[in-house]
Design a protein around this ligand. Sequence first.
Ligand code: ATP
Ligand code: FE2
Length: 327
Amino acid sequence: MICLGIESTAHTFGCGIVTDKKEVLANVRDVYTTTKGGIIPAQAAEHHVECFDRVIKEALTKAKLSMKDIDLISFSQAPGIGHTLRIGGLVARSLAVLHKKPLVGVNHCIAHLEIGRMLTPARDPLLLYVSGANTQIIAYDGGKYRVFGETLDGGLGNFLDSFSRELGLGFPGGPKVEALAKGGKQYIELPYVVKGMDASFAGILTNLKQKLESGKYTHEDMCYSLQETVFSMMVEATERAMAHCGKKELLLGGGVACNKRLQEMCRIMCEERGAVSYALPNEFNVDNGAMIAWLGIIMHKAGITTPIEKARIDPYERTDDVVVTWR
Ligand code: ATP
Ligand code: FE2
């Protein structure tokens, strides 16, 4: 079975083509970027409208396939920015109707976890999902993927992007903060905000802005210190969730999971508790169509098809709204 998956929850329009033998035949993406400020939903949607045709054609060419070879279409149905989800949904429904293919709508956050189970030996991992908009600690328990911890305000990636903007470095900020952090020499004390298995970043951002204005600290030391602080917070909450759920595997997902220091800290924490930490190649950490295609395949094999009239997007669906029947 070959599935074509479409991703459009935020700034990325992606098309992945994956087989039920776990082969990724194509994983093409085009990303809406800005030099100043964050994502403007209508502009991101406009970007997706402009590029979807090219991205899908490029994926088919890479896979050396045409639409007649595709057995299934899947798409990110939830959660995300309504404006952009709508474009992916429209494209997926059109392809399904036009080419008479079955359709499966999937939850984007769960796709991040399932692609990790496909690509690594992890069988029942806890997922630390840290992207721009999302920061969640997710694990399978009692027939659902449950959120054990999450941000109480914005996502970790958005926090890094906001501070990067303060430094005048633009978007996306995560890689820029990571590069500067390597030159840090001195740890600067920052607020540390973990509540149970939840975390909060807004106060840390305010504190950093004040420190920046004071002019007393180097950008390198600030980036180094903020990484050490917020990553420690996430690792602490993750370890607590792993202990609570009795999970022995950790999987990192989302754009911030590309960060080598976060990967290292997770590895150390897991080693110390006899667990294993898995990090994916970057193309599968960031938003991508391959993970949507793979979740489409395993859901469809479990008997799930989304009728066209039920294929409306749901920007606010939560991870634990989805009943998991495929594992
Ligand atoms: P979602 O829709 O799942 O919330 P997203 O739209 O934020 O995802 P992703 O591609 O998963 O998209 O993540 C983008 C985020 O990842 C940005 O905030 C970016 O700064 C951050 N990021 C990317 N690379 C790194 C890195 N090396 N270190 C830290 N953060 C990173
Ligand atoms: Fe994502």
